[in-house]
Design a binder for this molecule. Structure first.
Ligand SMILES: *Cc1c(COP(=O)(O)O)cnc(C)c1O
Ligand SMILES: [Zn+2]
Length: 415
């Protein structure tokens, strides 16, 4: 399929042939992230047809807008679609006319990262590679390990030793070779770059491998299909750490719009934790120069001091007419509880952050109530049960036997 014209460096704009093997721009180094440029005339004629004719139910149906197009390289694991839930109860709670929750906590390894890992695996398979390494706060690694297992591909992982136990347990159980780094995610990331270049390993660390942000477009493609292409929400909220997910989702909408497949493009709104808001700050200063800062948020999946995909995150959001907001950890915890108690959606803190952004946007007038919002839930609450239940009430302690009934009766009377 001739769907891609070239790869372009986001810093110096230099074009490269599709077949070149380097990940980042040879001139600009590790910040010279590449971006795929599609042939929208070709896409216009092929996209909807290839979606409807695909024998698979999952993201590979969208391969006309992906850098891996041959079925023999697709993952064995099915990735998506995840449900788009129209939440009546959160609509009444917020007053927002239409509120849609896209629950990606239901992907195979329980985070949005599966969409990107699938592309890394497809691309590694097309190169005949059988070992992939990655740095991660936990979810990207768990995703890589879970999706490589059935392929017989080895995964080598660098995570901060402080990653939540459930994510480490997934890694170990999926058979990855796990290196728990005595340091932050940023330290793990630097190590993955060094190790992959020293040992010649295929690298699934975010941003520097440009196929990852392409995989992250697929959430946008699903949302467009699930709303019949003509009824996308007016604004779409995404939680942001490195910026790969939001850059990808925004590009997904830009691709569909550029190929004439959707007529209205949602404004994509990025949501960061106050303790990790480097991209938010650069966006509002109107600069593409970021100021790296030690992160402090409890939402581990978006705790990033040096966001790696900031250029795509800044530019693509701007192209959609979107913006960035920041929220406190308390607002994130409250959002987890609201999602759970109003809609039965269990989200880890970073997974609930986009919904905290909806409340913030409403409060600050970025959106008004007479609108429609889409909210991406990027990770499942089982990933970090302590963090996810922070704002939920504790269980009521009662005695054994008959005596408990009096206690219960009294409790109901006082409520
Ligand atoms: C990775 C991740 C994010 C943020 O994605 P970036 O591409 O780093 O911006 C948000 N939520 C969850 C649950 C994640 O795992
Ligand atoms: Zn360059």
């Amino acid at each position: 399929m001739k769907n891609i014209l070239e790869k372009k460096c986001v810093l110096c704009n230099e074009s490269f042939e599709l077949e070149t093997s380097f990940l980042t721009c040879p001139k600009c180094g590790e910040e010279g992230i590449l971006d795929f440029v599609y042939d929208y005339d070709f896409i216009k004629d092929h996209y909807l047809k290839s979606v409807s004719e695909s024998p698979r139910p999952d993201i590979w149906r969208y391969s006309a807008l992906l850098p891996v197009t041959e079925a023999k390289f697709f993952t064995k694991t099915l990735i998506g679609p995840t449900p788009l839930i129209k939440s009546e109860r959160l609509s009444s709670y917020t007053g927002i006319r239409n509120l849609y929750i896209k629950d990606d906590g239901r992907l195979p390894t329980a985070s949005y990262k599966d969409r990107a890992s699938a592309l890394a695996i497809g691309s590694a398979k097309s190169l005949g590679i059988n070992l992939i390494c990655a740095a991660s706060t936990g979810n990207a690694a768990a995703s890589l390990a879970g999706l490589t297992a059935p392929e017989g591909i080895r995964s080598v992982i660098f995570v901060p030793a402080s990653a939540p136990p459930a994510k480490l347990a997934q890694l170990a159980t999926f058979g990855a070779l796990v290196h728990a780094v005595d340091g932050t995610y940023d330290d793990a990331f630097a190590l993955s770059l060094k190790a992959s270049s020293k040992f010649g390993w295929y690298l699934r660390s975010t941003a520097v491998n440009p196929v990852l942000s392409e995989g992250k477009k697929t959430g946008a493609f699903e949302m467009a299909e699930q709303t019949g292409y003509g009824n996308l929400p007016e604004t779409v909220f995404v939680s942001v750490g490195d910026g790969c997910i939001i850059g990808g989702i925004a590009k997904g909408f830009i691709d569909l719009y550029s190929a004439g497949i959707i007529k209205n493009m949602p404004r994509v709104i990025g949501v960061q934790a106050e303790g990790s808001c480097v991209i938010h700050d650069a966006f509002h200063l109107g600069t593409e120069k970021i100021t790296v800062k030690e992160p402090t948020t409890r939402a581990d999946s978006i705790s990033v001091g040096f966001p790696r995909d900031y250029i795509k995150a800044l530019r693509n959001v701007k192209t959609t007419g979107g913006t960035y907001v920041k929220v406190t950890d308390e607002e994130i915890f409250k959002s987890s509880y609201l999602l759970g108690s109003y809609e039965g959606v269990f989200a880890e803190p970073a997974g609930a952050t986009a919904f905290a952004g909806v409340l913030k946007a409403l409060e600050t007038g970025i959106i008004d109530k007479n609108t429609s919002c889409g909210v991406f839930i990027t990770g499942n609450g089982l990933k970090d049960v302590a963090g996810s239940s922070m704002a939920a009430p504790a269980a009521v302690k009662i005695p054994r036997g008959e005596a408990a009934l009096d206690v219960i009766e009294n409790l109901f009377k006082t409520k």
